[in-house]
Design a binder for this molecule. Structure first.
Ligand SMILES: [Zn+2]
Length: 286
C-alpha cells in the first residue's frame, strides 16, 4: 500500500529514524506463527489451499505475495518486541492485524502479529505478563478471542461501537465509543482505561496498536479525532509506559483517510514520539 512506502520515506527524511535503526522486516518462522494459529489454518495459508470462503473473509485472494507479506508483518512485530526489551520502545512500520483469529483470518488480517509477538516473548521467557492496548478504531476481536482464557495477557480495546466487527468479542476491557467522539472525550476515556489496565493487571510489557483510523478525516472511522488529539493519545499511552519503565512494541494498524498525507503524518507523529522515548531510554537522559 502507498501509505507504507510513504511512511518509510517520511520517517527517514524527517530524521526521526536514523538509517542505521531501520531494518528490513524478517519473515516470521512457521513455528512462531503456530504459537497462536492452528496447524490446519497455517497449513492452508502456506500451501494455498484456503477455501474460497476463508479468502473472502480475509478480503483478498490467496497469492504467494500475500503469504510473504503476512509473514513479514508478523516478523516485524516479533523483531520490534525483542528490540523493545533492550531499547525500551520499538516500532513495526506496518502490522496491527488484530482481526486474525487462531483458526481464520478476517478484515484484511491473515495472521495476528501482536498475538504472535506476545507468545514469542513468553515462550522465550523474556516476560510473562503482557497488556495489549488497542487504539485502532475497530475492535481487536481476533486478539480478544485468542487471549480470552489467558490471564497472562490483558486485552484492552477502544473502538467505535457502531463499527466493524459488528459482532464483537469480549476483551478484558472494551471501551465502546459513540460515532463522532471528539478529542477530549476520547482522551478522558483512554486515561481511565489505562488506569484500569494497570489496576487489574500490572503488565511487564505492552503492545500498542496506534491506529490512524480514529481520525476525523478517515473514510471508515466514524470518530472525530484531530491529528493533535491522536498525538495526545500516543503521548498518554507511551508516556505511561515510559513512566513505569515498561518496554513497548508499537504496530501501526489501520488508516483509511483519502488524504494519505494525513495518515502518514499521524503514523509519523507516533514514530517520532517513540524515537524520542527510545533515545531517552538509551541515554537515561529524560
Ligand atoms: Zn482499524
Amino acid at each position: 500500500m502507498a501509505k507504507y512506502a510513504r511512511l518509510r520515506e517520511r520517517v527517514t527524511a524527517d530524521g526521526s529514524v536514523p538509517p542505521e535503526r531501520l531494518f528490513e522486516a524478517p519473515a516470521a518462522s512457521w513455528d512462531d506463527i503456530r504459537l497462536v494459529h492452528t496447524p490446519d489454518y497455517v497449513e492452508a495459508v502456506a500451501t494455498g489451499t484456503l477455501p474460497r470462503e476463508a479468502q473472502r473473509r480475509i478480503g483478498f485472494p490467496w497469492s504467494p505475495g500475500m503469504v510473504e507479506r503476512s509473514r513479514r508483518s508478523v516478523g516485524a512485530t516479533v523483531a520490534a518486541a525483542r528490540a523493545a526489551l533492550g531499547d525500551g520502545i520499538a516500532v513495526n512500520l506496518a502490522g496491527g492485524t488484530h482481526h486474525a483469529f487462531a483458526d481464520r483470518g478476517e478484515g484484511y488480517c491473515v495472521f495476528n502479529d501482536v498475538a504472535v509477538g506476545a507468545r514469542v516473548l513468553q515462550r522465550d521467557h523474556a516476560v510473562r505478563r503482557i497488556a495489549v492496548i488497542d487504539c485502532d478504531v475497530h475492535q481487536g476481536n481476533g486478539t480478544a478471542a485468542i487471549f480470552k482464557h489467558d490471564r497472562s495477557v490483558f486485552t484492552f480495546s477502544m473502538h467505535g461501537a457502531q463499527n466493524f466487527p459488528f459482532r464483537k468479542e469480549v476483551s478484558d476491557l472494551d471501551v465502546n465509543l459513540e460515532d463522532g467522539t471528539t478529542d477530549n472525550a476520547y482522551l478522558e476515556l483512554l486515561a481511565r482505561g489505562l488506569d484500569e489496565v494497570w489496576r487489574r493487571h500490572e503488565p511487564e510489557f505492552v503492545f500498542y496498536l496506534a491506529g490512524a483510523d480514529p481520525y476525523e478525516g478517515d473514510r471508515l472511522g466514524r470518530l472525530k479525532l484531530t491529528i493533535g488529539g491522536l498525538r495526545a493519545r500516543d503521548a498518554l499511552v507511551l508516556g505511561r509506559c515510559r513512566g513505569l519503565n515498561l518496554p513497548a512494541a508499537i504496530s501501526m494498524s489501520g488508516g483509511y483517510a483519502p488524504d494519505i498525507d494525513a495518515i502518514v503524518t499521524i503514523h509519523a507523529n507516533t514514530i517520532a514520539l517513540a524515537s524520542e522515548l527510545a533515545t531517552c531510554h538509551n541515554t537515561s537522559g529524560c
